[in-house]
Ligand binder design. Sequence first.
Ligand code: OGA
Ligand code: MN
Length: 275
Amino acid sequence: MKMTPMAQNCGVEISGIQLASCSDTEIDAIKQAIYENGVAVFRGQEFSPEDHIAFAKRWGGIDINNYFPLEDEYPEIAIVRKAADQETNIGGAWHTDHSYDQIPAMGSILVARTLPPKGGDTLFAHMGAAYDALPDELKQEIDGLEAFHTADHVYKADGLYAQTDMGKELRGQDLKTGAVHPVVIRHPVTGRKLLYVNGGFTINFVGQTREESLPLLQKLLAAAVREDNQCRVEWQPGTVAIWDNRTTWHNALNDYPGHAREMHRITLSGEALAA
Ligand code: OGA
Ligand code: MN
């Protein structure tokens, strides 16, 4: 097994391994690499839906996504799909998965099933690097702050997706979600300080209205996705990416009009987050 950094501050490519048959020692090293680097990319994987589920179970529990269509035969697998004639994609803005849950998902395992001829890359940004690079006065300003996260404005019946051609694909439009997390968390395993607000689901700081929160929120969001915190995953047939939703955010590029793209996602259960 060989690990090669993908960029200065984010991501690692891991070669010389088949995820479907890796040993316990190898999986421990893979987990640690993902906790630290935020995302790991594996090429040339033979990874059936059964392999996907069995591998996910080696991390712990599986969180079933509330909104995406599920694979008929394998309800643990959420389908992240854009049809050739669709305009909107899933995940096409900076976000982290499930931060609207009080016990947010630890990570996601995404498998490329149908790819456009080119485009459809996914960007990742490292929230430890993002925190470290904040100016000291900004670090002081956010020390002890908490923020409210929800997905309601995105997925509910009159939400963002419902107004697009993605709307009819989605489930869960009458759900209510909401969670409060510290703005700076400690990674549960590495202990590293991570910025934990995101553009998709973070609405306001606790004790402040949305309007009062926006200037600071926008400052943090801009700092978080600076290019030197980022890496880019270019998908190929057989590519699997596994990311840590605490260490990174991601953004699925929507630059392949007229072509279909379909990915299979299993979301890994996490734990409550603390400052
Ligand atoms: C996701 C997501 C990214 C992609 O599955 O959570 O944001 O590249 N997908 O499809
Ligand atoms: Mn996502």
